[in-house]
Every structure is written in structure tokens, then in C-alpha cells.
Write a protein that binds this ligand. Structure first.
Ligand SMILES: [Fe+2]
Length: 202
């Protein structure tokens, strides 16, 4: 009796993934911890940053043609493994490496592909809630409206309580390979689809 359920489950999973390519990525709140002018880079922290090492990767495309958006920019920020943002109050010296710790701007390359390295973020309290693990992402491209969103991770116990968590923004966290320091590198694929630009009035 399990097989039909499993087959149906896999069919639904694949169908959802296929349909997601033609649906704009859901937006989300920007929150108070965005800091402008983060450096361009694909490593948001040093290799020895405490936590679970993480690669986030995916493809950015635009509707209605689903064309890959080379040249788009992802502005990303996240907490450390203990749930703290750098420069929480916004007074950090831009020249200090601590100011933009776990923040960065990532350029989307050929074929719309991107990737960055960091660690899995922590939970943090936002009374009366606890935020599920998430990474903030703002996507900009000259030909499309900006997208402000957040990505979340499957299996997080706080997803059900976090009022900002959206099912379509939750991605699997996949164990990749063991690193020389004994930790396991994980990967999360987060494909992003920008909506069609609204026609300007004639
Ligand atoms: Fe946040």
C-alpha cells in the first residue's frame, strides 16, 4: 500500500518543482536588519565560522520567458549560528570586516546561476515568536521589479510557528561531503523566478 502513496508523493513533488519554474517566487518582509552596500563576494564568512557549512545555489530566471538573468544581483544577509546579525543596530563602521559579517552581494553569472558559501543560520527570538532559520534575499535586475524575500530550510521545528514562513520558500538542506575539520558541508538549492514587469501605461 505504500508504493502508490510514494509514487504519488514523488509525482506531486516533481510537478510542484516544474510548476515553480513558471510561478514568480513569493515575496517576504525585508525586516529591520538589512544594511546597504554589503561587499560583492561569494563567501559571507571565513571557513572557520562556527556552525554547519552551507552552499546556497540556484538559478535566477525571469517571466514570462523564464530566461536566465545573468547580471542580476542578490543582496543577502543572515544570522550566525547563534541567531545574531552583524551590525544589528546599524552603527557599524563600513570599513570593519565585522560590519558585513554574513552579508554580501552576489552576482548572477552565465545561465542565471549563482552560489554563495556561508553557514546555516540560527533561530532568533522576535517576541512573541521564534524565527525559523532563514536567509534574507533581495534580487535586483535592470529589466525586472526587485524581489524582497527570505528562504527557509526543511525540517526546521519552528517553521510551523513562524508567521513569515511560506511553504514555497522552504528548500531541502542536503548533506554533501565531509570537510577536513570533520563538519559536513550542506547545500540548499533556491531557484528564483522574477515576475514580469508590469506594462507602463500608454
Ligand atoms: Fe531575519
Amino acid at each position: 500500500m505504500d508504493e502508490p502513496v510514494g509514487l504519488r508523493g514523488r509525482f506531486l513533488h516533481r510537478s510542484r518543482a516544474m510548476l515553480a519554474r513558471y510561478m514568480p517566487t513569493a515575496d517576504n518582509v525585508r525586516g529591520p536588519f538589512y544594511r546597504a552596500n554589503a561587499p560583492f563576494r561569494d563567501r559571507l564568512c571565513p571557513a572557520e565560522e562556527p556552525g554547519t557549512p552551507l552552499i546556497v545555489h540556484g538559478v535566477v530566471s525571469g517571466l514570462p520567458s523564464c530566461r536566465p538573468l545573468q547580471g542580476a544581483i542578490l543582496d543577502v544577509w543572515q544570522t550566525n549560528a547563534r541567531g545574531f546579525y552583524s551590525n544589528m543596530l546599524g552603527f557599524g563602521n563600513p570599513a570593519s570586516p565585522k560590519t558585513f559579517h554574513l552579508r554580501g552581494r552576489v552576482r548572477v553569472g552565465a545561465d542565471g546561476e549563482y552560489r554563495w558559501f556561508s553557514i546555516v543560520p540560527g533561530h532568533y527570538p522576535l517576541w512573541p515568536f521564534t524565527r525559523a532559520r532563514h536567509i534574507h534575499v533581495v534580487v535586483t535586475h535592470d529589466d525586472y521589479p526587485a524581489l524582497v524575500t527570505q528562504m527557509f530550510f526543511e525540517g526546521d521545528e519552528y517553521l510551523r510557528w513562524d508567521p513569515w514562513a511560506k511553504a514555497s520558500l522552504v528548500v531541502p538542506l542536503v548533506a554533501e561531503n565531509r570537510l577536513s575539520d570533520g563538519r559536513t558541508l550542506h547545500a540548499a538549492r533556491f531557484d528564483i523566478v522574477l515576475p514580469e514587469r508590469a506594462e507602463s501605461p500608454q
